[in-house]
Design a protein around this ligand. Structure first.
Ligand SMILES: CC(=O)SCCNC(=O)CCNC(=O)[C@H](O)C(C)(C)COP(=O)(O)OP(=O)(O)OC[C@H]1O[C@@H](n2cnc3c(N)ncnc32)[C@H](O)[C@@H]1OP(=O)(O)O
Ligand SMILES: CC(C)C(=O)C(=O)O
Ligand SMILES: [Mg+2]
Length: 564
């Protein structure tokens, strides 16, 4: 990059706090959550929500479990005002849920805010004015004292209004652009506001310290919060609230570290909607807690419903790689990931610890209402483990371990040629074509067990079979005896058709999907060149399944010899 351009920027100063304690803290409980979807999120939309969409979003937030919801900036526009009236007059605010409204420190706006709240049981009135050096200079053209006077005047008017209304008012103040403000000045103005509102431990004020623009690394935000908590007087009369934006892509980390630094409350939005790069994403924060075994006190167990409502109301899309919620976040395409997930899922079935321990999956998809179906998807990056997972989990075929590399190669070829993701059905179709329906060489027309004597002593077990096999369009009847029907059929193929092969391994299991009365058999033969060939066969009769499986292996071997 051009060195000249770099001169436009300077590093953000660190906080002098050598005895910081937050790095040793662990988050053991959820903060107080406040959704600002209907205000900060909404004000950043190309097409802000209409009344119906706002109500739908509000009801979603209530269902998720938010107890504090910033429902808008009612003095800013008619629709914002009307929405608050709709909530109050329509009795849409359940007990235990407190609406929050935002206002600037301007008389007309404050008065209109209180008018909009008429009839509400309880509300949080959130006052803000910008305190940063930059905004003081270029926007407000005010010195520190004048900025304090502006905020304090707003706080006084809010207290006056609060004392006149039936609504139980809780106070919140934000030194907006806190992260662009000198810490001592941010503290000074917050304490001046607190002097006006006179909070008590039983009736604390909310002091919201926003990273209105994210300007530094998360550790610096945490230092600022710890510094603030340690230096403020009457700390017990305030709930310290965080409100991080995501300009550097670090809002989640900044919020987590700032919680470790002593904050009590978090304002944010679903999926991080909000001004510019967004507000902090509460879905990620809450599920990060969940995956540490900490109750998030928000319910994201049906994440798809949350996504659907969010996308409909905001007309925004949840990114496919969004933590916990994205379409692709429970999906592995690459071979080694698929192999490890496949093994992890199998190990999970055997363990009794109850702990979720699956490689590459930090959370059980079912805990957010997602299924296991999409965990493994197949493309040219995939390997045998993933293909075996699909065959097992989607179709109930538990391929023997030694059979998997061969089928993995078949799928790789198909996928390379196709150039796109293969659906589970395409994988199964390929399996059918390759193993179950490949009757080009030898095709079983009929099979009869003529005689069968079973004895516990294998030596004296005996079976005689007769089969009609179609070879190159010609029907051939073969007959032989052996220590079981499969052994007899092998002998019949060798003696009757002159085939040379050795039966090397045999596996079978019942098919639990689809027709539950069917079974599948997998057979590996070594051909005359000692080369291994796997076959598979499905039938309601396990003996017939094994006969088909043997022919499948022979046909695959014959097809290779034909190619040569
Ligand atoms: C970081 C945040 O997200 S803050 C929230 C931002 N959200 C919004 O602004 C959405 C809603 N806002 C609006 O609809 C409008 O801005 C309104 C209705 C609030 C105000 O509208 P208007 O007065 O017509 O216009 P505008 O916003 O440009 O007003 C700017 C004036 O307000 C002053 N001002 C801005 N913020 C504040 C504040 N918090 N307290 C007191 N005065 C303020 C500015 O200094 C400026 O003063 P000036 O006219 O003397 O230069
Ligand atoms: C109004 C304030 C809290 C805000 O949204 C911000 O500073 O980002
Ligand atoms: Mg904001």
């Amino acid at each position: 990059m051009d060195q000249e351009k770099l001169k436009k920027y300077r590093p953000y100063p660190p906080v002098r706090l050598t005895d910081r304690t937050w790095p040793d803290q662990v988050i053991t409980s959820a903060p107080i959550w406040c959704s600002v979807d209907l205000r900060d999120g909404n004000q950043a939309l190309i097409q802000p929500m209409n009344l119906e969409e706002k109500l739908e979003m509000f009801q979603l937030l209530v269902q998720i479990g938010f107890k504090e919801i910033e429902v808008g900036f009612p003095s800013a526009s008619q629709i914002e005002y009307d929405f608050l009236r709709l909530l109050i007059d329509g009795n849409h605010i359940p007990d235990g849920v407190v609406p929050q409204v935002l206002t600037q420190a301007r008389e007309q706006l404050i008065k209109k805010t209180f008018a909009s709240l008429k009839g509400a049981r309880e509300a949080i009135v959130h006052l803000y004015n910008s305190t940063s050096t930059l905004q003081r200079d270029v926007v407000f053209k005010m010195n520190r004292k004048e900025i304090i006077e502006l905020g304090v005047a707003g706080a006084r008017l809010i207290r006056e209004q609060a004392e006149r209304t039936e609504t139980r008012i809780r106070y919140e103040y934000s030194p907006e652009s806190f992260t662009g403000t000198e810490l001592d000045f941010a503290l000074e103005i917050c304490e001046a506001i607190m002097d006006v509102w006179e909070p008590t431990p039983a009736n604390p004020v909310i002091i919201n310290l926003p990273a209105t623009v994210e300007l530094s690394t998360p550790n610096i935000y945490a230092d600022q919060i710890e510094w603030f908590c340690r230096h403020m007087k009457n700390r017990d009369c305030a709930l310290i609230s965080l409100h991080a934006h995501n300009d550097r892509g670090e809002a989640v980390a900044a919020t987590e570290l700032a919680l470790m630094a002593g904050a009590d409350r978090v304002e944010g939005t679903l999926f991080g909607n909000g001004e510019r790069t967004g507000n902090v994403d509460i879905v990620t924060l809450a599920l990060n807690l969940f995956t540490q075994g900490v109750a998030p006190r928000l319910d994201f167990s049906r994440i798809n419903k949350v996504i659907n409502t969010y996308e409909r109301c905001t007309k925004m899309k949840v990114h496919p790689r969004h933590p916990y919620a994205g379409e692709l976040v429970y999906t592995a395409f690459s071979g080694s990931h698929q192999d490890a997930i496949n093994k992890g899922m199998t190990a999970l079935e055997l363990t009794e610890s109850g702990l979720w321990e699956v490689p590459y999956l930090p959370i059980d998809p079912q805990d957010v209402g997602r299924t296991y179906e999409s965990i493994i998807r197949i493309n040219s990056q995939s390997g045998k483990g993933g293909v075996a997972y699909i065959m097992d989990h989607e179709f109930g075929f538990k391929l023997p371990k030694d059979m998997r590399p061969g089928f993995g190669r078949v799928i790789q070829e198909v996928s390379d040629a196709y150039g796109d993701e293969l659906t589970a059905e395409m994988v199964f179709h390929t399996f059918e074509k390759e193993y179950l329906l490949n009757s080009n060489g030898y095709h079983l027309k009929s099979f009869n067990v003529l005689k069968r004597h079973f004895d516990r002593d294998e030596e004296s077990s005996i079976a005689e079979i007769e089969a009609m096999v179609v070879v190159k369009g010609e029907e051939k009847v073969i007959r032989a005896a052996g220590n079981g029907p499969l052994d007899a059929f092998c002998t019949a193929l060798r003696e009757g058709l002159g085939l040379r092969f050795v039966l090397h391994s045999y596996h079978e299991h019942a098919l639990t999907r689809g027709s539950s009365s069917k079974a599948v058999s997998y057979i590996e033969i070594l051909d005359q060149d000692d080369e291994s060939w796997w076959g598979a066969g499905v039938d309601t009769d396990i003996i017939v399944a094994s006969i088909k499986s043997l022919l499948s292996a022979l046909n695959r071997s014959a097809a290779k010899n034909k190619k040569e």
